[in-house]
Design a protein around this ligand. Structure first.
Ligand code: ATP
Ligand code: ZN
Length: 615
């Protein structure tokens, strides 16, 4: 049972091969009774067992000292027992089996590790940095934020940053999971770890190394490898119990039948590496595969939770929509100019980070309206802005904000469904600005995918019921709750969790951060706030909701594979021990069943490893 973290990196050692060869040759020599001066004690057998069995016995001794019940322990006992009744052939062949199995396990585990190694290796170590008119090649560590990095066609992009020159298409599938090449022109954002295809581009460095999106993927996978998921601890415990059980069964067999060979078979047949090594391999493989799709799962525990979720709560703005509303129309009250409505709104919104605020300011700029700085302003959660402009109080926000101040507002324009931003000055209604956000094109299919998995979906939003209903209809979410303040979203999620649902909340961190952290699983959009991405359990780097659905499927499959291995191991071991106790299994057959079944379960886990990890 090799330890994934430490042993797997070790290549196939020549001495290990020598041990296997020596044990195999000695087994043949014993079989043909080549040189047996001291029969029934086989000198060749003893010498070969000491040489070949040494690592197994050493591992067994250290496990014994650490009070860990492992296969090495039971196998050592079985080998010694076989030798002590002069069954040297059996002892040697079992030794070969154990050594070969360990080597195979190590190779499988190494594949898991290599998937991570490839990940780390993929980002170039050097970058071409512009220095005045010259271009110098620097180690990526020496590149500073604000430097201009040049990337020629065919090269991998070494840093995260905005393109300031050139035009190209890049393959950024490793970061966002999108299979189509993405076009990069001046102003687009380029990710470290993507491959520049046909044009030279120049990038202003914004993030380097572990701070890049790709660096975060690596970090997530590495930490997933270090942290043990609860199911992994369960696997270790179960493996230990199996060894105890095998000892008890062997003792019983010996007491009842008095047959040493059958007793040895009972010990040998019970294997648990399929779960002890297969469980971490499955988790690592799944996390690596999710990372390939642009879904960073920050640990095996979250993967496990994801496999159990039955409810997904989604935020609207920034999650189901792009979170980039655009002004559709400005409706001014009689006698008021549209530009005046926009001017006051933009002034009030000037310092607000809210997506609606930014859209209003942008629209004002686009129309050439002069922007004035507000003398004072306050932001009321879920309502809007109260500002002081040119000595008058200006309200910019939703119906709730104006109604609470006693300002009458005409009914919404039936022509458009959009978020409305109402504007009032000194207690008088001036007009409204209608904004619309684009629904993410994959949102509809993503919801359908979740529904097909039997998952309940809810849309929670601070926006008006009219907008929320329109979005919900468009993407096929049945349950909608609108007009919610952040604390309402939190309470709603808390109620679902208290009701026994396993809840994932998908959001962008703008006014849904408390709910994100309250859910069993917080899923942050890559376009969301940094805080949300940092505190979330899963980050969707590419903002692709379909990849979230794929990740849910993957998590369920991982759970299924782990449980298949659990059940399979228990079944094989119990049936094997019963057959061995009844005298149906020779130690050799018992050893092949042990090793054979373990390899099947290990390969079952290895199915989850990302494919083509070199590409
Ligand atoms: N700066 C602002 N300017 C104008 N209106 C605002 C502002 N901040 C909040 N509002 C109003 O309050 C409502 C709720 O805002 P909140 O930020 O909680 O949710 P949201 O962004 O509309 O949607 P979601 O909850 O889906 O993210 C908005 O729809 C808007 O009507
Ligand atoms: Zn084993």
């Amino acid at each position: 049972m090799p330890d994934l973290a430490s042993d797997a990196a070790r290549p196939f050692a020549p001495v290990q091969a020598a041990r296997i060869a020596v044990a195999a040759l000695a087994a043949a020599a014993v079989w043909f009774e080549v040189w047996e001066p001291l029969a029934p004690l086989s000198l060749i057998g003893v010498a070969a067992l000491i040489f070949a069995g040494w690592p197994i016995a050493r591992e067994a001794a250290s496990n014994l000292l650490a009070r860990r019940m492992t296969m090495e322990l039971s196998m050592t006992i079985a080998i010694v027992a076989a030798a002590s009744i002069s069954e040297f052939f059996t002892a040697l062949v079992v030794t070969v089996f154990v050594l070969v199995a360990e080597e195979l396990e190590r190779l499988t585990a190494a594949r898991g590790r290599r998937a991570i190694g490839d990940l780390v290796e993929f980002v170039p170590r050097e970058a071409r940095v512009r220095r005045g008119s010259a271009v110098v090649t620097l180690a990526v560590d020496a590149v500073a934020i604000g430097d201009r990095v040049l990337v020629i066609p065919g090269e991998r992009i070494p840093v995260d940053g905005a393109v300031v020159e050139g035009h190209s298409t890049v393959d950024q599938s490793r970061i966002t999971g999108e299979s189509m090449p993405a076009e990069k022109t001046v102003g687009s954002f380029a990710y470290a770890g993507s491959i520049n295809q046909d044009g030279a581009i120049e990038i202003v460095v914004e993030r380097v190394g572990r701070d890049t999106s790709y660096g975060r993927i690596i970090e997530a996978v590495e930490s997933a490898e270090r942290s043990r998921a609860p199911v992994q601890r369960l696997a270790d415990r179960l493996a230990g119990y199996l060894v105890y059980f095998a000892f008890a069964a062997a003792a019983t067999t010996f007491l009842v039948t008095g047959d040493v060979r059958d007793t040895i078979s009972v010990i040998i047949v019970a294997g648990a590496c399929g779960i002890a090594a297969g469980t971490p391999l499955a988790i690592l493989g799944a996390i690596g595969r999710a990372a390939r799709m642009g879904a960073i799962v920050k640990g095996g525990m979250h993967l496990e939770t994801l496999g159990r979720i039955d409810t997904v709560v989604l935020d609207k703005t920034g999650t189901l929509t792009f979170g980039e509303p655009r002004v559709q129309a400005v409706h001014a009250a009689p006698g008021i100019a549209e530009d005046e409505v926009l001017r006051l709104a933009a002034a009030a919104e000037l310092r607000s980070e809210h997506p609606l605020a930014r859209a209003v300011v942008q629209a004002a700029e686009a129309r050439g309206v002069a922007l004035v700085e507000p003398a004072a302003f306050t932001n009321t959660l879920g309502r809007g802005i109260t500002a002081e402009i040119a000595g008058a109080q200006v309200l910019v926000g939703n119906r709730r904000l104006l109604a609470e101040t006693g300002i009458a507002v005409p009914a919404p324009h039936a022509a458009e469904i959009g978020s409305e931003v109402l504007v009032a000055q000194a207690g008088r209604y001036l007009g409204q600005i209608v904004l619309a956000d684009r629904v993410r094109p994959e949102a509809h299919d993503a919801i359908a995918g979740l529904t097909a998995l039997g998952i309940r979906t809810l849309l929670l939003t601070g926006d008006s019921a009219a907008v929320a209903d329109a979005v919900a209809r468009q993407i096929g979410i049945a349950e909608v709750e609108a007009g919610l303040l952040p604390e309402h979203k939190l309470a709603r999620v808390a109620a679902l969790v208290a009701g026994g649902r396993v809840v994932a909340m998908v959001g962008d961190g703008i006014n849904d951060a408390p709910a994100l952290s309250r859910a069993d699983l917080g899923v942050a959009m890559g376009s969301g706030t940094d805080v949300a991405q940092e505190s979330a359990d899963i980050v969707l780097l590419g903002n692709d909701l379909l990849k979230f659905v794929d990740t849910v499927r993957l998590a369920r499959r991982t759970r299924a594979i782990i449980w298949q291995n659990f059940a399979g191991t228990l079944g094989v071991d119990l049936i094997g021990m019963a057959l061995a106790a009844a005298g149906f299994l020779s130690p050799l057959v018992a050893a092949s069943i042990h090793v054979g079944s373990e390899m099947v379960f290990l390969l079952n886990s290895a199915r989850l490893l990302p494919r083509g990890s070199n590409g």
